[in-house]
Design a protein around this ligand. Structure first.
Ligand code: KIV
Length: 274
């Protein structure tokens, strides 16, 4: 690769660049991260987008849903990730209850996230129901990513984590919401757990990137939760999840080896002391 091409590749990823990537058919990679050390590894590996997802509520805090995580906690995770990242675009989720009430509150939440984490942009779940909030945030110059389909902050309304928008009425609403999000100025949308044909159709109708999770291969990019794809989560294996490592096994073996070494007084040895 020429130096000029490598310099171009290493440029900071911007929302504008994601739209360019869609235009030329280059798929967008996106993964969650919640802390400094992992975010640094993920960024250095070449990820395009790092999402400080409210899935931190599940995988970092051990909650059953994403609902309990607070704005202060998301800001803590966001700050840690932003400090580590040089190239990837960083997106921070606005947590449940910080933008649905009214647009003034939504803007205040988004401004706190921008000022305190120095993230590049934020993500919110929902369509027409939160239009006013998204418009107000966009008016303040804050880039917004949408999130449609299975929106985990509404799990109590849905009742289950099954595939969304299989019925015509819900599919039509999703299509209308996606067009609306593009029209008001969102730079991209996460499509979660919807039929692949529907996701492909939405991606082909819109010019902003659609990033799928459980939405098939016809979209403009893919996102996964880091703990799931690295094999750290237990008892969660939806069809869409590909595991790229078995870190549960790696970590368990390493920890057991350490325990054994301590017990049999093998650690520390003479070279490992002062
Ligand atoms: O919070 C999160 O991790 C997400 C992804 C599932 C897209 O929103």
């Amino acid at each position: 690769m020429s130096v000029a091409k490598r310099d171009l590749e290493n440029r900071k990823v911007t929302t504008h660049r994601l739209v360019e990537m869609k235009k030329r058919g280059e798929k967008i990679s996106m993964l969650t991260a919640y802390d400094y050390s992992m975010a640094k590894l993920i960024d250095q590996a070449g990820m395009d987008v790092i999402l400080v997802g409210d899935s931190a509520s599940n995988v970092m805090a051990g909650n059953v849903t994403t609902l309990p995580i607070t704005l202060d906690q998301m800001i803590y995770h966001g700050k840690s990730v932003v400090k580590a990242v040089q190239r990837a675009l960083v997106v921070v989720d606005l947590p449940f209850g910080t933008y649905q009430g009214n647009s003034k509150e939504a803007l205040a939440s988004a401004i706190r996230v921008m000022k305190e984490t120095h993230t590049d942009c934020i993500k919110v779940e929902g369509g027409s129901e939160v239009r006013e909030s998204i418009e107000r945030i966009l008016c303040a110059g804050i880039p917004v990513m949408g999130h449609l389909g299975l929106t985990p902050q509404s799990i109590n309304k849905f009742g289950t984590y099954t595939v969304r928008a299989k019925e015509e009425e819900e599919a039509q609403k999703l299509i209308a919401d996606a067009h609306m999000l593009e029209e008001i100025g969102c730079f991209g949308i996460v499509l979660e757990k919807i039929p692949a044909a529907l996701a492909t159709r939405v991606a082909s109708e819109l010019s902003i990137p659609m990033i799928g999770i459980g939405a098939g291969g016809g979209v403009d990019g893919q996102v996964l939760v880091m703990h799931d794809m690295l094999g750290l989560t237990q008892g969660f294996s939806p069809r869409f999840l590909r595991r790229y490592a078995d870190l549960k096994e790696v970590i368990t073996s390493a920890v057991q080896a350490y325990i054994e070494d301590v017990k049999r007084e093998d650690f520390p040895n003479e070279k490992e002391q002062y």
